[in-house]
Design a binder for this molecule. Structure first.
Ligand SMILES: Nc1ncnc2c1ncn2[C@@H]1O[C@H](COP(=O)(O)OP(=O)(O)OP(=O)(O)O)[C@@H](O)[C@H]1O
Ligand SMILES: O=C(O)[C@@H](O)C(=O)CO
Length: 423
């Protein structure tokens, strides 16, 4: 099927977030992990390519995005979406602005919008300032992010050093007036030479107004939520082809495994809640892993009843993480945990696990790679921005969900498995 919308995401969990929100409308959404090495075949109307470019050097991010764009164009896409984090994770060099500007240049367009708002997850933009819940971005825990500390909340000021073109704002007062007013303001800004436009949004109704005004732009950029209304808008325009609907999910055995490598506050709470259910669980200690390797956890896993969804986790509080990092180095501690969780994923699959829950963006990248998963079809949403996905791994149909560190409710792990039961 010819692709209507070609989307590129700067990390894996962000890509499933976007794919899940597009799939809410009932359309089939296909997600590729990395730029496919073969030409487009059996494509969906909505194609998402997941990159790992959020903190890559700018040149590398640009080259990977260009390759993704070429593939999506070959799939027939004429409208494109650049997905980044709802907390605008970036450095003064990029990569949000340079990639957006690079895409605009190749697509020959002189204006795009920036809207990372995701009201259902507490991300709102007002007068150009990004809020996380009731806090400004720069007062939120994102101020201490190890790779992309966010110390500025004004999106115009964040974008300016990242791009060469002029940056402007369509504020909430205008957005509240509706799509016509938004279009008129974008046109006025365009006549002033403004190429990069931050658009305020504090609730879902704002997102619908903005998407309606901007749905025909060659390039839109944002978090996942601003793309959510697009399938229904295309449907109303008569652009959605026959057969664009999602198929029935595969029926899978209930053997499950939960793997958590995220150390965010929310994942810590989710692990604690799952432990309280009395489920079997194994805690990975990075220091013990350097001495004993993965054999002890693999031996433990081999004894588990996978129909009871055991949990293997490295999730730890900030002090324990810092202690491990001080002894092993940040990168080495992370890689050790990722390698071990990946080995557990493969062993669990080989032992019959067909439902795999993964927490953490980097962890998700490592686990999907180890499972040889390169294409996913999107299924039911567990929590805003976290869908179940279906794929094949070593010839087996599997369901896998990739949870962003900060997403999901406290009972996410039990809830995820319950959603699959119900679908
Ligand atoms: N106990 C630990 N000590 C040190 N490093 C750890 C520990 N547990 C996990 N890690 C590493 O911390 C990193 C966590 O990153 P990951 O992206 O998976 O989670 P996250 O940052 O919470 O998720 P997201 O990117 O979706 O917000 C991984 O590299 C993981 O291997
Ligand atoms: O937009 C978000 O917050 C998430 O999809 C994400 O990008 C997590 O890394």
């Amino acid at each position: 099927m010819t692709t209507l919308l070609g989307a590129i995401a700067d990390d894996f969990t962000g890509a499933t977030d976007l794919a899940g929100l597009l799939a809410r409308s009932g359309v089939r959404v296909s997600l590729r992990m990395g730029v496919p090495t073969t030409p487009p075949k059996d494509t969906a109307a909505f194609e998402v390519i997941a990159l790992k470019s959020r903190t890559a050097p700018v040149d590398q991010a640009l080259a990977e995005t260009q390759a993704a764009l070429d593939w999506l164009k070959a799939a027939g896409a004429q409208r494109f979406f650049w997905k980044y984090c709802s907390t605008f994770d970036s450095t003064p060099e990029g990569n949000i602005g340079p990639v957006a500007e690079g895409l605009m240049q190749v697509l020959g367009t002189d204006q795009t919008i920036y809207c990372p708002a995701f009201p259902e997850n507490g991300r709102a933009i007002f007068m150009g300032h990004l809020f996380v819940g009731r806090q400004l971005l720069s007062d939120s825990p994102m101020k201490d992010h190890p790779l992309t500390p966010m110390r500025q909340s004004d999106l115009v000021k964040l974008i300016e050093p990242q791009v060469t073109g002029k940056v402007g704002l369509v504020d909430r007062l205008c957005v509240a007036k509706g799509p016509e007013a938004i279009r008129a303001e974008l046109d006025r800004l365009r006549s002033d030479g403004v190429a990069h436009v931050v658009v305020d949004a504090v609730e879902n109704a704002d997102l619908y107004r903005i998407a309606e005004a901007c749905r025909d732009m060659p390039l839109m950029t944002g978090g996942s939520a601003i793309a959510m209304p697009l399938p229904d808008l295309y449907r109303a325009d008569g652009d959605l082809p026959e057969g664009a609907a999602a198929g029935a999910p595969p029926v899978l055995a209930d053997q499950s495994i939960i793997l958590s490598g995220s150390c965010s506050a929310m994942t810590n709470a989710q692990v604690a809640a799952y432990l309280e259910t009395g489920a079997a669980a194994y805690r990975l200690d990075p220091l013990a892993l350097t001495e004993q390797g993965a054999d002890p956890v693999l031996a433990w896993l081999a004894d588990q009843d996978l129909s009871k969804a055991p949990l293997i986790y490295a999730t730890a509080d900030p002090d324990s993480v810092k202690a491990a990092q001080a002894k092993l180095g940040v990168a080495e501690a992370g890689e050790l945990v990722e390698r071990t969780l990946s080995a557990c994923a493969v062993a669990a699959r080989d032992a019959g696990a067909r439902r795999i829950v993964v927490a953490g963006g980097e962890t998700s990248g490592a686990v999907t790679q180890a499972l040889g998963v390169d294409q996913l079809t999107i299924g039911a949403e567990i929590a805003p921005g976290v869908p179940w996905c279906f794929a094949t791994s070593a010839g087996h149909d599997i369901a896998i969900t990739l949870k962003s560190g900060n997403f999901g409710a406290v009972d996410f792990f039990s809830g995820a498995l319950a959603v699959l039961e119900a679908s």
